[in-house]
Ligand binder design. Structure first.
Ligand code: B3K
Ligand code: ZN
Length: 882
């Protein structure tokens, strides 16, 4: 398939004013009648109408009332061209679809007997022929007709105008969306569903009806999603002055879904995983994720729907911005300083663990890509998470108020339009009165910039120089890079641990701040601080102010000092991670060299000493202490190595875990005792933090594998009154040779057999256990509850194993890679988006030790040699092998 280029963008030749859709819903054969009123676009290039269709049968096509003969239009692949069209056109298009045979979960499909749609990015063309591109916005009216008994509920975007019976057991509903929207935001839902609802009044006095729709047995699991929705609405009013613009806002949960959720105008469709929760089935992490995703989709109502993307190259315009908004929302919901920092740490961990590798691998692409083969492959951590970091940097550069002004100007200029990342940047620059031309490079250049820091203290002059130098490695198609505009937030700590006032040379010393943003715009720049008597310890890139890799030659003592004293909680955590990483990499090298791992050589004392102190510090949120206690993941460590050896990393990290468990045993036991949360379950940040800290301590203790720790985990398992404690105990048991471990695993299954989301956890727990090898995963695939067709289930077992069990997946005999190739191929025949996602697992194959590398290459080539691969999968495999 040919690549689509950003540089080839051309405005549509025709605009669509209104769309009337009529659906006769039937799982085996659904008929769709579309009526579009169109007119010539003054900015268009010709009078040729272009429609897109994907595996959809064209039954009839009429223009201005007359059937179009086969000679009047041209069909080539997925495009239908009508040349020489009049200036005003009414098109009537009839199509026929088979929703129950649609396993791609794009377009119209059936899940557990109900109908759902997914149209972003290019799914609408699986429903009807249409100018399916985001810069074509129209007003939709939708008539749904279906059997009343099987499909009592009929939903679409906007307002319900009419409903009634049709006789013969069928009924109808007519929906009208008052807002113009691109086709990717169209949605319909039909089936047996029930809802929880709530009415709210907004500051303007406007009322709205909120609904959360689920299958009948799940009505006891909707309260948290509803609370999250109300909180999201209130937050957007308060923080950005943005109100809900609809009379009715619906969320519908579906068990078969390719991603997390979808922001269809007024009718959000969600993976059940991000809606359903009660203490029995959902963990604290699930509660937090639901809040974040509900927020994310709701925030799209403005950033994405009211102002949308001109073309899919601008995807980060809505996704990066909306991720930033949901991150800020979640942080504001926590409140405390160290609690906010925990959210920041979590987000940065995702960025480093997933986005940095993407940016350093064969799929690396700029936040605003220049080309793609299949747009579905570009819903990436770069577009989302790095995109969010780019938006965050505007806020860092302009301040919170400046950023808000930029947002206001953005909506003032572009409400109702389909625009570009440049338009957003211009709004920020104009509102802030700043030149942000160089900032454009964050959108056009791929790769993670490296910022190297050197410092110099002149005792006599009392000056302290910070020299920042930047570089960015080559990425596919981009050999050399120009300097970025990088905000580097810094502080300087005196020997007492206190922050020093920061006075740059030539400035007035009065009211100097203790944190400031240095703007690095050149390849190298020196910033001179004055009035610095004693030698300070620099706290660099506070709050992770830019998505870069920061290098500075800290001594172990300096890191321990920052870990104990930094007023910036992010950097406090960061210092601990840097210390731990050093130790872990040393240990890994010892394993590689077949040297015995010795704690003295690994020099762990500095680390454990300061860890002691932090754990005892009750002024820090429990969740923050949990973060400090958590070692960098095996994946994070892999990223620090030139040649990755997963087995050795695993051995070293396990060694360190056991060592910490032994050294900190008493503290850990105490943490378990002190952080119990008796009484009714509440997902609030403090209670969740306590459980998190307690459970991470218990997991450490399980490394000791003795009768005391077995008993502790067993007791928690037996007494758990919520899923967080239950699954943590189950996981501690699995991580040991406790006699009750098998029994607990079986009991867990029986108890939750009827809760698909919990059975997903059951599969994932086993898939990620270092005790589970390929053969065991294959055995689990034969379990009656396993299914390849349900993405959540496939992800819970296959993805969890390939991405979350490195020591087994990277088995020396290559069995993990052969398994991967088989599953990628099998999934591709069912659902290309899912197979292409799994394919990404091996895209960093060149980073591994030679013996593994060649077996990965074999596996990739085996997939490449398979006939009839989807466009999605071929793009990923071809780029990986390139
Ligand atoms: N906008 C959707 C993602 C659609 C993915 C299509 N392959 C969800 C979100 O980011 O909110
Ligand atoms: Zn989104």
């Amino acid at each position: 398939s040919p690549a689509i280029l950003r540089s080839n963008y051309a405005p549509p030749n025709y605009l669509v004013d209104t769309v009337e859709l009529g659906f006769d819903l039937d799982p085996a054969l659904t008929r769709v009648a579309a009526r579009l009123t169109m007119r010539r676009n003054p900015d268009g290039r010709s009078n040729e109408i272009v429609l897109y269709g994907d595996a959809v049968e064209l039954v009839a096509l009429r223009m201005n009332g007359k059937p179009l003969t086969r000679r009047a239009y041209r069909l080539n692949g997925g495009e239908l061209h009508i040349p020489n069209a009049p200036d005003e056109v009414t098109l009537e298009i009839e199509t026929a679809l088979q929703p129950d045979a649609n396993t791609s979960l794009m377009g119209l499909y059936v899940s557990n007997g109900n109908f759902f749609t997914q149209c972003e990015a290019e799914g609408f063309r699986k429903i009807t022929w249409f100018p399916d591109r985001p810069d074509v916005m129209a007003r939709y009216t939708v008539m749904l007709r279906a059997d009343k008994r099987a499909y009592p509920v009929l939903l679409s975007n906007g307002n319900l105008v009419e409903e009634g019976d049709l006789g013969d057991g069928r009924h109808y509903a007519l929906w009208e969306d008052p807002f113009m929207k691109p086709s990717y935001l169209f949605a319909l839902v039909a089936g047996k569903l029930v809802c929880q609802e709530e009415r709210i009044t907004q500051p303007s006095g406007r009322e709205a009806l909120l609904q959360v729709w689920v299958e009948e047995g799940n009505l006891d699991k909707t309260q948290h999603a509803m609370d999250s929705l109300v909180n999201s609405i209130r937050w957007d009013e308060a923080r950005f002055g943005l109100e809900l613009d609809l009379d009715r806002f619906m969320i519908v949960a579906v068990g078969d879904f390719n991603m997390g959720a979808m922001e269809n105008k007024g009718l959000n469709i969600f993976n059940t995983k991000y809606v359903l929760a009660n203490p029995r089935i959902a963990t604290d992490a699930d509660y937090a994720n639901i809040e974040a995703v509900v927020g994310h989709e709701y925030f799209h109502n403005w950033t994405g729907n009211r102002v949308t993307c001109r073309d899919w190259f601008q995807l980060s315009l809505k996704e990066g911005l909306t991720v930033f908004r949901d991150q800020e929302f979640s942080a504001d919901m926590v409140g405390t300083d160290s609690g906010r920092a925990v959210k920041r740490i979590d987000d940065v961990r995702v960025l480093r663990q997933a986005q940095f590798p993407e940016d350093a691998g064969p799929m690396a692409h700029p936040v605003r890509p220049d080309s793609y083969v299949e747009i579905s492959n570009f819903y990436t951590v770069t577009i989302y998470e790095k995109g969010s970091e780019v938006v965050r940097m505007y806020q860092t550069l302009l301040g919170r108020d400046g950023f808000r002004k930029g947002m206001d100007l953005y909506f003032e200029r572009h409400d109702g339009q389909a625009v570009t990342c440049d338009d957003f940047r211009a709004a920020m620059a104009d509102a802030g009165g700043r030149n942000l031309d160089q900032f454009e490079r964050w959108y056009s250049q791929a790769g993670t910039p490296r910022v190297t820091v050197a410092t110099r203290h002149d005792i006599e002059a009392g000056t302290y120089d910070i020299t920042l130098a930047q570089s960015c490695p080559p990425t596919p198609g981009q050999k050399t890079k120009l300097p970025f505009h990088i905000p580097v937030k810094v502080g300087l700590l005196a020997a007492t641990g206190a922050d020093l006032p920061l006075v740059l040379e030539g400035e007035d010393a009065a009211s100097a701040p203790t944190t400031r943003v240095l703007e690095l715009t050149e390849a190298s720049q020196t910033f001179r601080f004055t009035g610095i008597e004693g030698k300070p310890v620099p706290s660099l890139l506070r709050d992770f102010s830019a998505p870069v890799i920061l290098e500075y030659d800290y001594s172990d003592d300096e890191l321990a000092f920052l870990m104990a004293n930094d007023s910036d909680p992010f950097n406090r955590w960061e210092a601990g991670q840097r210390l731990a990483t050093r130790r872990l990499l040393t240990l890994t090298r010892m394993v590689q060299d077949q040297e015995p791992m010795r704690e003295t050589t690994a020099n762990l004392e500095t680390y454990t000493a300061v860890l002691h102190k932090t754990l005892d510090d009750a002024t820090l949120d429990p969740s923050f202490r949990e973060m400090v206690l958590t070692l960098p993941s095996e994946g994070m460590l892999a990223e620090q190595m030139d040649v990755i050896t997963p087995q050795e990393i695993h051995t070293a990290r396990q060694f360190m875990r056991r060592l910490l468990a032994r050294t900190l045993r008493n503290e850990l036991v105490q943490l378990v005792d002190l952080n119990q949360t008796p009484g009714d379950y509440s997902p609030d940040a403090l209670s969740a933090g306590k459980r998190g800290l307690k459970n991470v301590a218990m997991l450490y203790l399980s490394e000791l594998d003795d009768t005391d720790t077995h008993a502790m985990a067993q007791a928690q398992y037996d007494q758990a009154s919520n899923m967080t404690d239950r699954i943590a105990a189950l996981s501690a048991l699995q991580n040991s040779s406790a006699p009750g471990r098998q029994d607990a695993l079986e009991r867990f299954y029986t108890e939750f057999e009827d809760e698909p989301l919990v059975i997903d956890k059951w599969f994932a727990l086993q898939a990620t256990s270092p005790a589970t090898d390929v053969a065991a995963v294959r055995a689990l695939m034969r379990h009656p509850a396993f299914s390849m067709k349900n993405p959540n289930r496939a992800r819970s077992l296959i993805f969890s194993f390939c991405n979350g069990n490195p020591s087994r997946f990277h088995a020396a005999d290559g069995s993990g890679y052969r398994f991967w190739a088989e599953q990628v191929i099998a999934l591709d025949a069912i659902n290309p988006q899912v197979s292409a996602r799994l394919a990404r697992t091996l895209d960093r194959w060149r980073k591994y030790a030679p013996a593994l590398q060649s077996q990965m290459q074999d596996a990739l080539q085996r997939v490449a040699a398979t006939p009839k691969l989807s466009k999605d999968l071929s793009e990923v495999i071809n780029k990986s092998l390139a």
